[in-house]
Design a protein around this ligand. Structure first.
Ligand SMILES: Cc1ncc(COP(=O)(O)O)c(C=O)c1O
Length: 385
């Protein structure tokens, strides 16, 4: 049987990077002794008030169809939280409630680009970006870094062509933790104005930045900026699949049409719980920031001094890049050999881009015992070289 050209665009690149992670998950389910440092899913519970609200709404029978772009109450709550954080004036009409920031990226990409277009994103990037952006039919162009994993803005400017439709980034970045600064954003903004480009800012880790604050372009460029967000990281609610996009009204109308084809609305009892979650966002964000600060320090201390590897301490987030080139292995080889000999799963840096090929990404958002054991096993592994 034949398939559409889409199936090729959404498969392939990066898939190998997750094999060790999936093997580790399966081993853990079999009760084996493995340490999983390969994924960003903190061992924190969803805030109890959020769980209580979802249960209350479920028991009240809130189990029927909902409006495609999300209930007005949840969109109003998202708009209010966005306005408070960014200074951009928004209301429910600028918001579409979606199934996580991943889903929001997909919707944004489908609505702003198509076959023959190009979208530029910065290396290193979250591994789902290439397939998600190219699902639209557009080609994704990688902009390189200028060192320390910050975007090379001169290279970025040279990559803009007549076909470019959007520049896409995550701030704070996964895997590097880099937070784009005001001056970098101003340069990107000017470029977008000159070439009339969309800007897509994935701010799923914004609540994890120091004081929950990141610089942004939302207030300055509301006509071309699409902000993506979710509760996954800020509230440790990855499995609830609760996210959104905020953008110009016209974009939201198109996104709503796509949602009609794709989701036909999302669960109402979860939307009500999301309103509760947003009402306690400052506390939830403080909780995850404090959690990450303690664990980041613990992991940096545990990895410092291990021969032949070097940690790159992130500005924000729950991940750390570790330079493994001193072992003579690529990130991929290190990931595989570490898992085979020590049963610790990390992620190959090459999954995020060319410049992180000699690195692995470790997640420190896990319980202290696993963190300590994982680091000890990494030490044992590295000492053999
Ligand atoms: C940069 C980035 N964007 C988006 C996502 C997906 O987030 P969500 O769970 O909201 O779909 C992740 C998840 O790790 C991420 O790291």
């Amino acid at each position: 049987m034949k398939f559409s050209p889409l199936v090729k665009r959404i498969s392939g690149e990066g898939a190998d990077a997750w094999l060790t992670h999936y093997a580790a998950l399966a081993a853990r389910d079999r009760g084996e002794d493995v340490i999983i440092l390969s994924v960003g899913d903190p061992d924190l519970e969803t805030p109890p008030a959020v769980v209580a609200k979802a249960i209350e709404r479920l028991q009240a029978g809130d189990t029927h169809y909902c409006p495609a772009p999300g209930r007005r109450s949840v969109r109003e709550a998202i708009a209010a939280a966005h306005t408070k954080r960014t200074g951009q004036s928004t209301d429910a009409e600028n918001v579409v409630y979606l199934s996580g920031a991943q889903n929001a990226l997909f919707v944004a990409s489908m609505c702003v680009a198509g076959p023959g277009d190009e979208m530029i994103s910065f290396d290193p990037m979250y591994p789902t970006y290439p397939a998600t952006l190219e699902a639209s039919g557009a080609r994704m162009v990688r902009a390189p870094t200028s060192g320390n994993f910050r975007p090379d803005l001169t290279a970025l400017a040279s990559l803009v062509t007549q076909r470019t439709r959007a520049i896409v980034w995550a701030t704070p970045n996964n895997p590097s933790g880099v937070i784009l600064n005001e001056s970098e954003l101003a340069t990107i903004g000017k470029l977008a104005e000159r070439h009339d480009l969309w800007l897509i800012s994935d701010e799923v880790y914004a609540g994890l930045a120091p004081d929950g604050h990141i610089p942004g372009l939302a207030a300055q460029m509301p006509e071309r900026l699409i902000t993506l967000g979710s509760l996954s990281k800020s509230h440790a609610m990855t499995g609830w699949r609760a996210g959104w996009l905020v953008g110009p009204r016209e974009l939201a109308v198109h996104a709503e049409s796509l949602v009609m084809c794709m989701l036909f609305g999302l669960a109402g009892f979860i939307q009500e719980a999301v309103v509760t979650a947003l009402s306690i966002a400052p506390d939830a964000e403080r909780r995850i920031r404090d959690y990450c600060d303690v664990r980041r320090a613990r992991m940096v201390a545990a990895l410092t001094g291990i021969p032949r590897i070097r940690t790159v301490v992130p500005e924000a987030g729950m991940f750390m890049l570790v330079d493994v080139r001193g072992t003579g292995l690529s990130g991929y080889e290190f990931m595989q050999a570490l898992y085979k000999s020590q049963r610790v799963s990390v992620l190959d840096g090459a999954a995020f881009g060319r410049e992180t090929a000699g690195f692995v990404r470790v997640c420190f958002a896990t319980d202290p015992a696993s963190l300590d054991t994982g680091c000890e096993r990494i030490r044992r592994f590295c000492e053999q070289f």
